[in-house]
Design a protein around this ligand. Sequence first.
Ligand code: SF4
Length: 223
Amino acid sequence: MKKQRPKKVNETLSDKRVRAGEILSLLEEEYPEAKCHLDFDGPFQLLIGCILSAQCTDKRVNEVTPGLFKKYPTPHEFARADQSELEKEIHSCGFFRAKSKSILNCSKALVEEHNGEVPRTMDELVELAGVGRKTANVVLGNYFGIPGIIVDTHIKRLSTRLGLTTNSDPTKIEYDLNELIPQEKWTIFSNSLGDHGRTVCHARKPMCGDCMISNLCPSAGLF
Ligand code: SF4
């Protein structure tokens, strides 16, 4: 499918903030229950779920994690795990070698440097193996209540279609959205925009005719 660019919107930063605020209000109304789609009990399970979810669906991760956390309940058990055994456990999530390595190294660092606890700052989280800003913001926002824009595949696609960013680098997109959305709403915006991407603004065939933010979207009807 040919990649479509949103129509050019001539608007000031303050106009764009107003439009982003209107988009946010409609998203909040439409997806009042928007939340992280990974099942987890505590920040460590969420962190591991995020590592497993790279290039994999949340549904698949949720099928794998109950058995995984039964076998390895805390970072201590993961840190002592045999890598090839761990690879078998997470095989169906894809990239099982890289992911098992990340999980082992991440767990070791948690045990050795953080007393077995998940740290609650961006700087400390991104030092952990397999953890980038996206995962850090998922954990900070969805467990610790510290808001963050979560630039996953849906946020990337939708923020571009909505003309809220012209960047393709996830960190730059995050900073662009930080400028447009009030800080306390960063996680809510991410989760509800993600839900909109899953249900209406699909990658291949966005359903612009059924989209409640189409009046605010420069890409409406382009597909
Ligand atoms: S109008 Fe179309 S492209 Fe824009 S957000 Fe809605 S579904 Fe996506």
